[in-house]
Ligand binder design. Sequence first.
Ligand code: ZN
Length: 61
Amino acid sequence: MKVAKACKACFAITEEDKCPLCGGETSKDWQGYVVIVDHTKSEIAKRMNIDKNGKFALKVR
Ligand SMILES: [Zn+2]
């Protein structure tokens, strides 16, 4: 089973060592996540500066 990781730069959740969205470093040490279905209407996306749809971690260390 693959371990889910989260990007330290844009918080995207992925199984890769490098973020497929921004190419940033990913970390296994993250907590909680949100699913952004429509980033243009999402308050959370606005607050977290997310401009894409998908799964994003709330905290990445
Ligand atoms: Zn990223």
